[in-house]
Design a protein around this ligand. Structure first.
Ligand SMILES: Cc1cc2nc3c(=O)[nH]c(=O)nc-3n(C[C@H](O)[C@H](O)[C@H](O)COP(=O)(O)OP(=O)(O)OC[C@H]3O[C@@H](n4cnc5c(N)ncnc54)[C@H](O)[C@@H]3O)c2cc1C
Length: 476
């Protein structure tokens, strides 16, 4: 793996490309229209591909279809005056571009929607293929301990620069500021059209003019799967909770009662409620359910990371016995005491227990005080708790109840749940079953993942499948 050099960082150092006088001083992902010639000018009978949407999937598709069939004439239409906007801000500006999937035992854990189709498409273009693709296209990558993959440069521009460099090399036309209202109309001028318009707005307006499912019009991909946000944080207007803002619990289990929606991982208390990987994952699993509930729902938090309540109770019993004369407030849980064989420290049951500092194995003391107060046990000696007190404390630790009152006020949803129904496209090429030569890739499909690089991986894989699908049609 090597670092990008300065030359690589500027994909347009010379003026050898059409229209370059319009953007020689700035990269085209800034607000500079390309003004490149129409794809129809002077290209004779070359087959044409029109791609609607200049985001991750659109670029990856354009580059790969050109690699497979170099003589194709490819145009990307982008409604904004800037391409790859989401790639730029992704991963906090570092772009978590894929994941090793080493910790993934079931794709449904990371793709609440689209797991089965992706399993199939990974045979065409897997996460390992994506890793190799970037490295062989001049973007060295690095793997974090949590298996998330980022550019070694820790900068999303490494990916953007790569895409723009490849687009230039393959003479891919980019038409900025061009909103395509109805992609099928492009089929009059283009041999193949791919829709890569990304997540859909939730206000019922489809970016490509398709009717809303609520209108009952259309069929197949004309009725997209119910659209709602995914990967959002929860508003919990409880001042005693939000007073703990900034506090992180490394391994919590969050659960929506009376449903199977549950997730586990780090939880962050914010000034508006709760965030962190456990919450984001839960919002993804329960995206449609929460939308139906208008984001009003009870939430259970198990702060111990151990789903076995009896084990937690036994552990408390043991600890309290060992510290009978102490104030319960002065204990730190899970405890630093050497556990008996039956009573392993709670956090050791969770992920990441081993190898972390001792502090990370303890419930934060501010949270402990808060939970004791909630259970009405503050200021008591351990010996005073009795069986009832221990049961109450166990319940407080494992079934702490909150009320979700909404999504985060910051509109920080990362992806859209819903989109083009997967049964309306060919499972290998993602070509529409009702409109030949019309393809879909990326988030516009009813595929979305949890955080960790899974959404970009879905974009790369679906885009590659479409590129192969177009190439196969040309060969046929
Ligand atoms: C803040 C943030 C951070 C994220 N971080 C990560 C991360 O680190 N890792 C990860 O895996 N995922 C991340 N995601 C999710 C990821 O960005 C998306 O899943 C991914 O960009 C989807 O790619 P796409 O090409 O399908 O859509 P997009 O990247 O959204 O691109 C769609 C493009 O189509 C254009 N368009 C839409 N309609 C039209 C039209 N009618 N005509 C012409 N153009 C149109 C849009 O302007 C846009 O440029 C993040 C998302 C956000 C919002």
């Amino acid at each position: 793996m090597k670092h990008l050099n300065e030359q690589n960082r500027d994909p347009f150092p010379t003026s050898s490309v059409e229209g370059e006088e319009h953007h020689s001083a700035r990269s085209p992902y800034t607000n500079t229209p390309h003004n490149l010639p129409s794809p129809s000018t002077g290209e004779g009978a070359r087959k044409k591909v029109g791609i609607v949407g200049g985001g991750a999937a659109g670029f990856f598709l354009a580059i790969n279809v050109k690699e497979l069939v170099p003589e194709l004439d490819v145009t990307i239409f982008e409604r904004q005056r800037k391409v790859l906007a989401k790639v730029e801000i992704s991963g906090g500006g570092r772009c978590n571009c894929t994941n090793t999937f080493a910790d993934v035992t079931d794709l449904k854990q990371v793709y609440p929607r689209g797991a089965n189709l992706l399993k199939r498409l990974f045979k065409q273009f897997s996460p390992a293929d994506a890793f190799q693709w970037f490295e062989t296209h001049g973007v060295p990558l690095t793997i974090q301990e949590d298996q998330c993959v980022f550019p070694e440069a820790q900068d999303s521009h490494a990916i953007i620069d790569c895409f723009l460099r490849e687009a230039r090399r393959h003479n891919i036309h980019i038409q900025l500021g061009t909103k395509i209202e109805e992609p099928t109309t492009l089929l009059q001028d283009f041999d193949f059209v791919a829709v890569t318009t990304g997540g859909m707005p939730t206000n019922g307006t489809h970016p490509t003019g398709l009717p809303s499912p609520s209108t009952g019009e259309g069929s197949g991909e004309n009725v997209w799967e119910r659209v709602c946000p995914s990967l959002f944080t929860f508003t919990i207007p409880d001042p005693t909770l939000t007073a703990l803002q900034g506090l992180v619990v490394n391994d919590a289990i969050v659960h929506i009662p009376a449903t199977s929606f549950r997730s586990q991982g780090p939880l962050l208390i914010t000034h508006w409620g709760m965030s962190g990987p456990a919450i984001l994952k839960l919002s993804s699993y329960a995206a449609r359910h929460l939308a139906e509930q208008h984001y009003q729902s009870p939430l259970l938090v198990n702060w111990t990371g151990n789903s076995n309540m009896e084990e937690v109770r036994q552990h408390l019993l043991y600890t309290i016995k060992q510290n009978a004369h102490k104030l319960i407030d002065n204990l730190r849980l899970p405890l630093t005491h050497t556990p008996t064989p039956r009573t392993v420290p709670l956090a050791l049951h969770g992920r990441g227990g081993r190898g972390e500092g001792l502090e990370s194995l303890l419930l934060p003391s501010r949270l402990w005080a808060y939970l004791l107060s909630k259970a009405g046990l503050q200021g008591k000696r351990c010996s005073e708790l009795g069986k009832k007190g221990i049961n109450r404390l166990t319940d407080q630790l494992c079934n702490d109840t909150y009320t979700i009152a909404g999504r985060s006020p910051y509109k920080d949803e990362f992806v859209t749940c819903g989109g083009i129904p997967l049964d309306s496209v060919d499972k290998t090429t993602l070509e529409s079953k009702t409109t030949p030569h019309l393809f879909y890739a990326g988030e516009v499909l009813d595929i979305d993942g949890v955080t960790g690089g899974f959404n970009f991986q879905a974009a790369w894989t679906t885009a590659y499948a479409v590129a192969r699908g177009i190439a196969a049609k040309l060969e046929a």
